[in-house]
Write a protein that binds this ligand. Sequence first.
Ligand SMILES: [Zn+2]
Length: 207
Amino acid sequence: MFRYLASLLLVSLVTLFCCTNSTQAKYASSSSAQQQLKKHYQEISHPTPNYSRDKVNDVQGIVLHHTAEPTIERSLGVLTSKKKGVGTHVVIDTDGTRYIMCQPEVVTFHAGRSRLAGRENCNEFTVGIEFQGNTLEQPLTHDQILSAIDYMLPLIKKYHIPISNIVTHEMVREAYKRAHPDVRCYGKVDITQAEYKRVMSALRRRL
Ligand SMILES: [Zn+2]
């Protein structure tokens, strides 16, 4: 009788252990599936020395650019060169990795002569996003667009940025030129309208 009870207890314990294990396994596999669905991109700090020491960015818009450099190393080099004196808030590589050059509240020098919603000098009130590559030659990668949206969404919410204030470098430069037809102001297409439309339609799906 004792032996019977002992073996019954053993069977119950084994069953309990197996069930617990299989439940844990099921849980683990479903959470890893969720992680695959929601991909997060790596952020690497890569500070630029080119920023304003006395002004604070009052974040009301976002300006999209492409670096027009052949490699990420070259882009990071240009955007941290004291001689060139230009900067940005983030550079997004083709695999979606984000190189953070300064915080959104910092004023850095990405927009030059520019105008947005009737206000000039966009460096003082916009965040600059640089995409690695040249959209005149190659479209943005899917990872670049998804990574840009992951970066932009918290900013849009925190600062109540109107969607109409998310624009390209070319758009803010052209607006400046229209207001100052006498001033010479050159610049590249940056980013193309076709790629801008891709970013904006992907963004609207996430809002
Ligand atoms: Zn630009």
